[in-house]
Design a protein around this ligand. Structure first.
Ligand code: SF4
Ligand code: SF4
Length: 96
């Protein structure tokens, strides 16, 4: 599943640079997560990095985007290919 940011977000800017998929950006009022780019950090890290750093714990799972770990890994691979990183850099990633 992708994650999402609730209106408890205080716009602290901490999560945005931590996202390995560039899924987080400033929205109209608070930061937002693009569910097409969020893999729950699968392929990059064992835990969602944004959740780890958020000081107000306002990043739950998005119930509108239910995805299996296999689907998240496929999304990661598509993002890698689209970014030009290629399969080489993905090969060493361990989807914990
Ligand atoms: S869980 Fe990972 S991929 Fe998803 S928004 Fe947070 S840092 Fe980005
Ligand atoms: S870390 Fe949390 S509070 Fe800070 S901008 Fe991200 S979602 Fe908002």
């Amino acid at each position: 599943m992708a994650l999402w940011i609730t209106d408890e977000c205080i716009n602290c800017d901490v999560c945005e640079p931590e996202c390995p998929n560039q899924a987080i950006s400033m929205g109209a009022e608070i930061y937002e997560i693009d569910p097409r780019r969020c893999t729950e950090c699968v392929g990059h890290f064992p835990e969602p990095q944004c959740v780890q750093v958020c000081p107000v714990s306002c990043i739950p799972i998005n119930p509108s985007y239910v995805e299996s770990r296999v689907q998240l890994l496929e999304k990661f691979e598509h993002l890698q290919a689209a970014s030009g990183a290629g399969a080489g850099s993905a090969a060493g990633a361990s989807p914990a």
